[in-house]
Design a protein. Structure first.
Length: 207
């Protein structure tokens, strides 16, 4: 097995003497293996952290869904013959009921810091080069100007609801049927699909 050498120098009697120190291939391999193990350990720790964050995020989203379902049950039922005016009034009453119950809601209670980092990394991984540029162009051209980045505020009915690309949706944490991801410029919102309430949002989701 061929050995590698490492050159070093020392001073002997005022003269610089070059030394060639043999490096065992076995020691090099062991060092490389150790470095790889450390790298794998760090990668595994990050993956485990994100996995816990995804579970916690999905639990928070589900908790919102269960609470808003409970609140909706307290409202009078709509009949099949309900007029558009009655449907709109029901939606408004439902939204205001949920808003009142979440009066203390703040940004980041569902999109916490860790899950936000995970979502940003997922989007960077899923969309690269031209695909990312095309996604950014689609998002920025959508009619979402004026949508408030405010928790517990309604998403304006006159503004576009931009769908998340299916390939990305499969990679993101799963949401209960009552919630939808929405892009507003580079930001990502959680919006109640029935009452239009902005449940939470994260900034700079799109690279």
């Amino acid at each position: 097995m061929k050995q590698r050498t490492k050159k070093s120098s020392v001073f002997v009697g005022g003269l610089t003497v070059m030394l060639c120190i043999a490096l065992s291939p076995l020691s090099i391999s062991a060092g490389t293996l150790l470095a790889r193990r450390r790298q794998d350990a760090r990668g595994g720790a990050v993956a485990a952290r994100y996995a816990r964050a995804v579970r916690a995020f999905e639990e928070r989203a589900e908790a919102y869904a269960k609470e808003r379902e409970r609140l909706e049950e307290t409202l009078p039922k709509l009949s099949k013959e309900s007029t558009p005016e009655q449907i709109h009034a029901h939606k408004t009453a439902f939204r205001e009921l949920v808003r009142k119950s979440r009066a203390g809601a703040r940004q980041g209670q569902i999109f916490d810091r860790v899950i936000a980092a995970h979502i940003r990394a997922t989007i960077r991984s899923e969309f690269k080069g031209r695909e990312r540029a095309k996604l950014r162009e689609t998002v920025m051209e959508a009619d979402t100007k004026g949508v408030p980045l405010r928790v517990n505020y309604p998403y304006p009915e006159t503004k576009e609801l931009l769908e998340i690309p299916p390939t990305l949706l499969l990679k993101l944490p799963q949401l209960p049927k009552q919630l939808r991801y929405r892009f507003v410029e580079r930001n990502m919102l959680l919006v109640d699909r029935e009452n239009g309430l902005i449940v939470d949002y994260m900034r700079n989701a799109l690279p």
